[in-house]
Design a protein around this ligand. Sequence first.
Ligand SMILES: [Zn+2]
Length: 74
Amino acid sequence: MPIYEYACQQCGHEFEALVRASTVPECPDCHSTELDKMLSVFATAASNVEATPMPASPCGSCGHPGGPGACALN
Ligand SMILES: [Zn+2]
């Protein structure tokens, strides 16, 4: 479930909100729905995960010269 950070255009209050598909976020102070969506902390973390290389392949595809199953992972 994504967490978004908003800044209220009415009162300037900044807050984070869990946003479901059917939910319109509103300011907890003035209940305005005139909000600026800011960069999501969740989205930033997710993009970092995607940039991380895949973990080591399971044995059998690791390229060990002894053949599939010959490496220390087995
Ligand atoms: Zn507000």
